[in-house]
Design a protein around this ligand. Structure first.
Ligand SMILES: Nc1ncnc2c1ncn2[C@@H]1O[C@H](COP(=O)(O)OP(=O)(O)O)[C@@H](O)[C@H]1O
Ligand SMILES: [Mg+2]
Length: 359
């Protein structure tokens, strides 16, 4: 606005100056007209520049966010002209995968397992065992130091990163959000989703209620890294985002850890539906989730110490049986508690302990 007024005054000033010069016979009318015309064109360009700089200033955090994401896969090399990974069935194979964060210490030692397409794989083990790290290799947050990972037989390092990640929906342990509106955050994996699809996903993830209570609803801009939302709210948006994305491979890293029992129980039904037909990797502390898994991977200090189904592992009498016997997995909330709010005070500490060990 101030820009506009200043440019109008400048043009008028130039014109008046030209008229004065003309009065003294030093300039022709044609010269005044063409000079004022030239000045207006220059001013137009300057305004565009000022607008651009203003926008840059206000959009700064969003841009920084954007470059953070671009920069995230540091150290990863994408083969020049790497082909796209076409839509997959979802068979995932880890072949003798070892990894360390580059500080000389190895975090994963020779991990080998096969996740059949459409199966559910639960990763369990104490905090720091390497569960989150193992799954982060699947979406190539890092590359293994040795060994390889394939999806439907394709070494994930040989296909384009974007096409690999397009096949996966991830709910992180501590989900981040972008400095954008809630709607834009939800549409990340599926930009063409309709408003109706957006709402359906948000409802299934128990996010719709709190979103519409915000003054600007789905247009509410989330503060940087989602700090304006509670951990539980971010988790629910993140789940809605994964639901909307509809990818053949699903990664749920403690996806419901910040939710109260009642909310978790309501979302669980939607998650059960989501998981059907997809290859799902789940890091969870719920006994029911672990029991239902097609394959349980038991990690300890970066080693896969046991793998199998629930009953096999329990009867084997190894680490899993030990953890199970210690009651380290959390039982489902009783059916009646679905209407209650928050975790009952008595079981809160037990839940926290379970989270502590299996987060
Ligand atoms: N970004 C990182 N940089 C360095 N070390 C890390 C990083 N993330 C995790 N670690 C270490 O790797 C090990 C495995 O961690 P993590 O995969 O988060 O285990 P879990 O998910 O089973 O709790 C831990 O010793 C942890 O301290
Ligand atoms: Mg973890």
């Amino acid at each position: 606005m101030a820009n506009r007024a200043a440019s109008t005054l400048t043009v008028l000033g130039l014109f008046a100056f030209g008229v004065a010069l003309h009065g003294r016979g030093e300039i022709t009318v044609g010269a005044i007209v063409s000079f004022v015309g030239f000045a207006m064109m220059m001013i137009g360009r300057m305004e565009q520049l000022a607008g651009f700089i203003t926008e840059l200033f206000f959009q700064g955090p969003a841009l920084a966010n954007f470059f953070d994401i671009l920069d995230a896969p540091d150290g990863l090399s994408e083969v020049p002209g790497a082909p796209r990974l076409e839509p997959v069935r979802g068979e995932v194979v880890f072949e003798d995968v070892s990894f360390g964060y580059g500080n000389g210490q190895m975090v994963l030692h020779g991990l080998s397992f096969t996740a059949r397409a459409g199966s559910t794989v639960a990763l369990v083990g104490p905090t720091g065992a390497g569960k989150t790290t193992a799954l982060s290799l699947l979406y190539r947050a890092h590359d293994p130091v040795s060994g390889r990972i394939t999806v439907d037989g394709h070494d994930i390092r040989t296909v384009s990163l974007a096409s690999l990640r397009a096949q996966m929906a991830v709910v992180f342990q501590n989900p981040g959000l972008l400095y954008r509106s809630i709607a834009e955050n939800l549409r990340i994996g599926r930009p063409d989703a309709t408003d109706a699809q957006l709402q359906t996903a948000a409802m299934a993830a128990e996010a719709h209620q709190f979103v519409v209570r915000k003054p600007e609803g789905y247009a509410t801009v989330v503060a940087e890294h989602g700090k304006s939302l509670s951990g539980g709210e971010r988790q629910r948006l993140s789940i809605a985002r994964a639901m909307l994305k509809y990818a053949p491979i699903l990664i749920l890293d403690e996806a419901t850890s910040a939710l109260d029992n009642a909310t978790e129980a309501r979302i669980q039904r939607a998650l059960d539906t989501l998981v059907k037909g997809r290859t799902t990797f789940v890091i969870a502390h719920r006994l029911s989730t672990v029991r239902a898994a097609d394959l349980i991977l038991v990690l300890q200090e970066g080693r896969l110490v046991e793998q199998g189904r629930y009953h096999d592992l329990v009867s084997r009498g190894g680490l899993f049986a030990e953890l199970e016997a210690q009651g380290r997995f959390t039982a489902d909330p009783p059916a009646g508690s679905a209407g209650a709010h928050g975790r009952p005070a008595t079981s809160a500490s037990a839940d926290d302990a379970a989270l502590e060990d299996f987060a």
